[in-house]
Design a binder for this molecule. Structure first.
Ligand code: ZN
Length: 353
């Protein structure tokens, strides 16, 4: 596998696949608390981080992103673990670097929204600058190939992230993604296509959107962003069935009870693998060069994206082959006398009561 740099590969016409969604997946597995969403698992069970990186590489990711999402000063202070801030960042970065070296993938450092950005508040901006500076410097020291700044709902904070990567990143490329919620504009009132263009003009190597919306409601916005951006565009939706009436996964309702699903009950609104394949197909058609999934991502989804983008990751060895099923395989099921009745009981049998 190629280990050439991000920018070189994109300039060469290659696409980059990035598996995200670590936070949600660790919560699902019982190692991270929903609500605060802080990656303490990095300190407590680092071997699990390594394993999850390997699973996503197996499923086709080109990027191993250090699990530092919400591992910033503000969040660590919230749970009284500010003293562990640098340790958490360095462990996550070192694990990502090791996995990337072992697998020939790219390693990314990550910074994200701080929660304290306020338009026009210079004091808040200075605090954010200091938070980004320390995380970018740690990422550079731990030899990140590039740095991702993500889930910014304000363009202003996205620009601060880019500024920090430019200033302290020792020349590593910057990928900046904003999060679209229900309106087609950022919370500092900039339409997303314009916001992405401005990030690009300010020197981001890849710009785009991640999180917030599912494939169906992210695609129309991606088309608009593609029209105005010159360089590579990133697309990383959440794998949930968002609709025109409920554009974000935060706004989804339970189809049976009508109750809000976010954040604990979203499983009943997850995309199918076919939905993900369809998304990847459309994203490829409109020329998305940097693609992945955010909260809710899993290796079986990611393999779909990888294959649509022409890859055959190791996990392809275990791609589904229903023809081998003794119940649903068209040919093979004929060899088993019980198959017809079993299938009938499973999918079309009438209740006797
Ligand atoms: Zn997300």
């Amino acid at each position: 596998m190629s280990t050439r740099g991000l920018v070189e590969r994109l300039k060469n016409g290659e696409c980059i696949l990035n598996a995200e969604g670590y936070m949600w997946e660790f919560e699902r597995r019982g190692y991270l608390k929903a609500g605060a969403f802080i990656p303490e698992v990095v300190l407590e069970k680092p071997e699990l981080i390594r394993q999850m990186h390997l699973e996503f590489v197996h499923a086709g990711t080109d990027v191993v992103e250090a699990f530092t999402y919400y591992g910033h000063r503000e969040k660590l202070r919230l749970i009284g673990r500010e003293d562990d801030l640098e340790k958490l960042n360095r462990i996550a970065l070192k694990i990502a670097r090791e996995v990337a070296d072992e697998t020939g993938t790219l390693m990314a450092g990550g910074i994200c929204n701080t929660g304290i950005y306020v338009v026009g508040d210079e004091e808040a901006s200075d605090k954010i600058r200091a938070m980004f500076k320390e995380q970018v410097e740690w990422a550079v020291e731990e030899k990140a190939d590039f740095i991702i700044g993500e889930t910014f709902n304000d363009l202003g904070e996205g620009l601060l992230a880019l500024e920090a990567i430019k200033k302290y990143g020792n020349g590593v490329p910057a990928v900046i993604t904003l999060t679209p919620y229900i309106p087609d504009e950022t919370t500092d009132d900039v339409p997303f296509p314009e916001a992405c263009r401005r990030l690009e003009e300010a020197g981001a190597d890849v710009v785009g959107i991640n999180c917030g919306r599912g494939p169906r409601t992210m695609l129309p916005l991606l088309r608009e962003i593609k029209k105005v951006c010159q360089g590579p565009v990133a697309a990383m939706p959440v794998p949930f069935r968002t609709t025109d009436d409920h554009r974000t996964f935060q706004s989804l309702l339970d189809p049976e009870t009508g109750k809000s699903l976010y954040p604990l009950d979203l499983a009943c609104a997850m995309c199918s693998r076919s939905d993900i394949r369809q998304f990847a197909t459309e994203a490829k058609e409109i020329g998305i060069e940097y693609i992945g999934l955010c909260c809710g991502n899993a290796p079986n989804y990611f393999r779909e994206i990888a294959q649509v983008y022409g890859r055959q990751p190791e996990a392809s060895k275990y791609s589904p082959d229903i023809s081998q099923s003794f119940i649903f395989g068209e040919k093979i099921s004929k060899k088993y006398s019980s198959s017809d009745k079993l299938r009938q009981y499973m999918v079309s049998g009438k209740s006797t009561k």
